[in-house]
Design a protein around this ligand. Structure first.
Ligand code: DX5
Ligand code: ZN
Length: 214
């Protein structure tokens, strides 16, 4: 599969509705929504009230990436705010299995996110529950960072794990994705690419979305 999930972290927060409408009219598949708490990651972005407003305008599924400690506390809130897909960090959950089941039981697709330092092998006993796994290709917290090349190897390892234990599970990659690495990522086995700066800092975001998926 070749899906694209533009990250609203790079959108103009003063003109969110305008930017969401641009994405509605584009070839993108999901809207990636980055929630940061200032503790799990050094940055603070926005929370449920803003997600609710994004949902009002979005005509595509909301792919909500929680960069917060103990995300299990907020599963019901993000369901209510309109998340369709909810991903939580392996590094932020003490009871990951419980949190993933809670997300599913609430009626959302669930996913685990791995930081660049976290090995794919740690998903051996979790992959069965996941609808997707998100590999961070930068250290989370900010848009516009440099892509970590080791991610290609991790995609290949994750693809092997998925084929062995859960072939339905999607592989998503987030951070520093651009026109130079997108096609190689899809070819390595990625199903969904997140792109923030590559889309929103481009002269022609609509065309860039098409080019990234090509
Ligand atoms: C980083 C976020 C990313 C970020 C990607 O912590 O999770 O989703 O917005 O932005 P780019 O594509 O600019 O690296
Ligand atoms: Zn993200």
């Amino acid at each position: 599969m070749k899906l694209l999930s533009p990250s609203l972290l790079s959108a103009d927060f003063g003109n969110l509705q305008r930017d969401i409408e641009m994405l509605n009219a584009s070839e993108c598949d999901w809207l990636h929504v980055d929630v940061m708490d200032g503790i799990f990651v050094p940055n603070i972005s926005f929370g449920q009230p803003v997600v609710k407003h994004i949902k009002k305008h979005a005509r595509k599924p909301l792919d909500v990436h929680l960069m917060i400690m103990d995300p299990g506390r907020y599963v019901a809130d993000f369901k209510e705010a309109g998340a369709d897909i909810l991903t939580v960090h392996y590094e932020a959950c003490t009871h990951l299995d419980r949190t993933l089941h809670a997300i599913k039981d609430a009626g959302m697709k669930c996913g685990v996110v791995l930081n660049p330092h976290t090995p794919v092998a740690l998903l051996e006993d979790t992959i069965q529950i996941c609808d997707l796994v998100l590999l961070m290709s930068v250290n989370p917290g900010f848009g516009g960072q440099k892509f970590i090349e080791n991610t290609f190897d991790k995609v290949v390892k994750l693809k092997e794990l998925c084929e062995r234990k859960n072939p339905e599970c999607l592989i998503e990659v987030d951070g520093g994705v651009n026109l130079n690495n997108a096609s190689k990522l899809y070819a390595s086995g990625a199903d969904v690419l997140v792109a923030g700066n590559a889309v929103f800092k481009s002269q022609d975001p609509l065309q860039t979305i098409i080019d990234l998926k090509r």
